[in-house]
Design a protein around this ligand. Structure first.
Ligand code: ARG
Length: 480
């Protein structure tokens, strides 16, 4: 039976290199090199990884069954202490790994000291971060699906809501508001695909690579991988301990998500501006001004747009972190955590709040309340300004036999005159229109309406309501 030692002895012991050193680390260096105040967040993964490692060591006869039992008992207590907020995290113990290991040894003695057999913090930390990130990826995947469902829920009520579609932010052609929202669903669907793909590369086990070269103990890495739910084992120990591609891949994925969110947020800000007035947001997502009593500002959307900057910044940081690092592990790698943690928090929080702001809160029975208010009339009024159906008049003339380039020219004249008269094309008398081309007859009226324009664009992926409804069905089937 082993004898639990005092915390004090173990604090020193945990600094495994201490016998070699003749002077203590300065307080400044301690603070500079320690990571415990941010990497303690990995504690669940750290304990899970240690238990899987210990279980394998026992199965391979490297430690005894009694040692394994002690380790399991000690880890159960540590877990309870951390959950209860009673675990004392110590800066002197540098990181989450040494803090937990030292406490384990305090609690169970020699068995705790045997846990690190055949392992290094280099493969341990790489394993912890991957385990932690895998769970976060699964959370992000759910949030991405929720975001798409929120957009689809607004889309299905607005298939026949017409707003001006823009190119160069100039009125171009009328589009269905549902079609516009479904464009964002496509973006988030691609993000979800990317996430599922990168998860495969995150979900590989570094443990068993030890410090850099593998280990002399007869480890069963496949067994540890199975226990922890990893789908593969990293195949090169040097790469396994030093690779942070998986963190970069997630952050690259997150950057794209945030750019998509940022574009959507920008539209929401513009649509909410009095000059557009296309939508309204619930008060709970807006703030007032301390000086202008009339203000209701779309702060959530603005912040979501702004936070894209920090995630893209983290991507730059992580990529640069790896540049020029020789094989294998270097302490530089400790710098992977804060940007990765912040990226995960930012993307998850942003997806959650934006989905709720757009689609409303989802009750247990799936019903939604709140969400953005669509001002159909304002959208339609805007679509009627700016000659959004000019292309339709040109297309109409083409169908009557005029070559497209000539039709384009004829309509340009008509628009010029209409602007001078302060009228929309549809408001010009038939005789006036016939003055531009004798082929124009009474049926032109239908072509010049917003609904007529929309219905005409029924190519696959086009804005015609029949196409948009088909897309909504597809998304329902896909998202469940
Ligand atoms: N805290 C360290 C990190 O985050 C753990 C690995 C330390 N390994 C070492 N050889 N110093 O990377």
């Amino acid at each position: 039976m082993s004898h639990p030692a005092s915390d004090n002895q173990l604090d020193k012991k945990a600094q495994a290199w201490s016998a070699l050193f003749s002077e203590p680390m300065s307080e400044l260096v301690k603070r500079y090199t320690s990571s415990v105040f941010f990497d303690k967040r990995l504690w669940r993964a750290d304990i899970a990884g240690s238990l899987a490692h210990a279980e394998m060591l026992a199965a391979q006869g490297i430690i005894s069954a009694a040692d394994l039992a002690d380790i399991e008992r000690g880890m159960a207590q540590i877990r309870a202490e951390i959950e209860a907020g009673q675990f004392e995290w110590k800066l002197d113990l540098e990181d989450v790994h040494l803090n937990i290991e030292a406490r384990l040894t305090t609690l169970v003695g020699d068995a705790g000291k045997r846990l690190h057999t055949g392992r290094s913090r280099n493969d341990q930390v790489a394993t912890d971060v991957r385990l932690w990130l895998r769970d976060e990826i699964d959370a992000t995947a759910v949030l991405l699906a929720d975001m798409q469902r929120a957009l689809v829920s607004v889309a299905e009520k607005n298939v026949d809501t017409i707003l001006p579609g823009f190119t160069h932010l100039q009125v171009a052609q009328p589009v269905s508001f549902a079609h516009h929202l479904l464009a964002y669903v496509e973006m988030f669907a691609r993000d979800a695909e990317r996430l599922a793909d990168l998860r495969k590369r995150v979900n590989r086990l570094p443990l068993g690579s030890a410090a850099l070269a593998g280990t002399s103990y007869p480890l069963d890495r496949e067994r540890v991988a199975r226990t922890l739910g990893f789908e593969a084992v990293c195949q090169n120990s040097l790469d396994a301990v030093s690779d942070r591609d998986f963190a970069i891949e997630y952050t690259a994925f997150a950057s794209l998500v945030m750019i998509h969110v940022s574009r959507l947020a920008e539209e929401i800000v513009v649509w909410m501006s009095q000059n557009f007035g296309f939508i309204n947001l619930s008060d709970r997502y807006c703030t007032g001004s301390s000086i202008m009593p009339q203000k209701r500002n779309p702060d959530v959307a603005e912040l979501a747009r702004g936070k894209s900057g920090r995630v893209v910044g983290h991507l730059m940081g992580l990529i640069t972190l790896m540049k020029g690092q020789p094989l294998a592990y270097n302490k530089d790698n400790q710098e992977d955590k804060e940007p990765l943690f912040d990226t995960v928090d930012t993307v998850n929080d942003t997806l959650r709040i934006m989905a709720e702001m757009i689609g409303g809160e989802v009750a247990a029975d799936g019903s939604r309340s709140g969400g953005l208010t669509v001002r159909k009339d304002a959208m339609e009024r805007a679509a009627l300004r700016g000659y959004a159906t000019a292309t339709d008049l040109a297309d109409y003339l083409v169908k009557k036999g005029l070559p497209f380039r000539d039709a384009h020219e004829v309509v340009a004249h008509a628009v010029k005159d209409a602007i001078a008269l302060g009228k929309d094309l549809a408001e010009l008398p038939l005789e006036t229109l016939q003055g531009y081309d004798a082929r124009i007859t009474a049926d032109v009226a239908e072509a010049l309406t917003l609904a007529g324009s929309l219905n005409a664009r029924s190519t696959l992926g086009g804005t015609a309501p029949v196409q948009v409804r088909a897309q909504i069905e597809r998304h329902h089937a896909r998202l469940g």
